[in-house]
Design a protein around this ligand. Structure first.
Ligand code: NDP
Ligand code: MG
Length: 339
């Protein structure tokens, strides 16, 4: 596995380039601010007219342009808007306006790997994908550290795509933690699988099923919340720091024995078979096709699921209990008015 660090990157390659960050959300604010703090002189943010994000970017002293204007101006255009809108953004604003030989970049391979965008042949096209949420990309950078990132080259029109990509990755802090060489396909398919089966989907479903089982058996929702939600972080911190064995070293022998005998009952052989189906649907393009169709229909199912999730008892009891633990909010990464 090839890994690049700050010492392998020539940040001067992009310091004098005009860099456009399209979108000022989770990743957008982090890339724009980290690039600027790394000495890139000309960073601008592209947002559509009337966007609620304009004042967030301007409050940091960043100049905001429309996507079409910015595409004409920039040497590198990094798309940091939701994946489902990339094709329309590219076709309506970037395709005609980007200058010859400039670079188009993404932070996730979905729209390129599944060919939602068919980039012009004269453009360099690369991915720098931080392996963490945008708010962490910013907070780690500010702390002097970085989030490990992936680099992939989709198209190398100028012969410089790779060096530019690594310099970009280092400028957002990735070079402090490691920038790992991969392909769009590998990044995209492993990312979708991980977030669906383990990180977002698997974990949320596991938490909810545990919470509901306790509450339905008559236990207090507050107790169920502490056991099945609050403590997840404490356990995950131990796994993050030293692996699953490190967590098992720290918990009691009783907890460790219960882990061995009950864990595989919950996530059994059939669960793994179902994971395989999820992976097949990602690899075949079925998942992305369904998601794009859902978006074209105005996201009715997506919005309904989001609303049902937010109305679940687990959120109500959670908000109440977190209100009793003020230190959680003091260290919050997300401030919806600013980032
Ligand atoms: P967000 O949902 O946070 O992006 C929202 C921002 O995009 C807002 O500023 C929004 O402005 C703007 N936006 C939306 N549509 C348009 C448009 N058509 N033109 C201009 N601006 C627009 O995105 P994320 O940061 O979550 O994701 C961005 C990319 O990064 C995706 O490709 C994602 O896969 C990737 N990624 C995300 C990670 C994360 O941490 N979230 C992790 C790694 C990769 P408005 O106010 O107008 O809506
Ligand atoms: Mg991911």
């Amino acid at each position: 596995m090839r890994v690049y660090y700050d010492r392998d990157a020539d940040v001067n390659l992009i310091k004098s380039k005009k860099i456009v960050i399209v979108g000022y959300g989770s990743q957008g604010h982090a890339h724009a601010l980290n690039l600027r703090d790394s000495g890139v002189k000309e960073v601008r943010v592209a947002l559509r007219e009337g966007s609620g994000s304009i004042k967030k970017a301007e409050s940091e002293g960043l100049t905001v342009m429309t996507p079409s204007e910015a595409a004409k101006w920039g040497d590198i255009v990094m798309i940091l808007t939701p994946d489902e809108g990339h094709a329309k953004l590219y076709n309506d604003h970037l395709k005609e306006n980007m200058r010859e030989g400039t670079a188009l970049a993404v932070a996730h391979g979905l729209s390129l790997h599944f060919r939602l965008i068919e980039p012009r042949e004269d453009l360099d096209v690369f991915m720098i994908a931080p392996k963490g949420p945008g708010h962490t990309v910013r907070s780690e950078y500010v702390r002097g550290a970085g989030v490990p990132s992936l680099v992939a080259i989709h198209q190398d029109a100028t012969g410089n795509a790779h060096d530019i990509a690594v310099a970009y990755g280092a400028s957002i802090g990735g070079g402090r933690a490691g920038i790992i060489e991969t392909t769009m396909r590998e990044e995209c398919e492993t990312d979708l699988f991980g977030e669906q089966s383990v990180l977002c989907g698997g974990l949320s479903a596991l938490i909810m099923a545990g919470f509901e089982t306790l509450v339905e058996a008559g236990y207090a929702p507050e107790m169920a919340y502490f056991e099945c939600v609050h403590e997840v972080k404490l356990i995950v911190d131990l796994i993050y720091e030293g692996g699953i064995a490190n967590m098992r070293y720290s918990v009691s022998n009783t907890a460790e024995y219960g882990d061995y005998v009950s864990g595989p009952v919950v996530v059994d052989k059939e669960a793994k078979e179902r994971m395989k189906i999820i992976l097949d649907n990602i690899q075949s393009g079925k998942f992305v096709k369904d998601w794009i169709l859902e978006c074209e229909a105005g996201q009715p199912a997506f919005k309904a699921m989001r609303r049902r999730g937010a109305e679940h008892e687990i959120e109500e009891v959670g908000a109440k209990l977190r209100g009793m633990m003020p230190w959680i909010a003091e260290n919050a990464l997300v401030d919806k008015s600013r980032n």
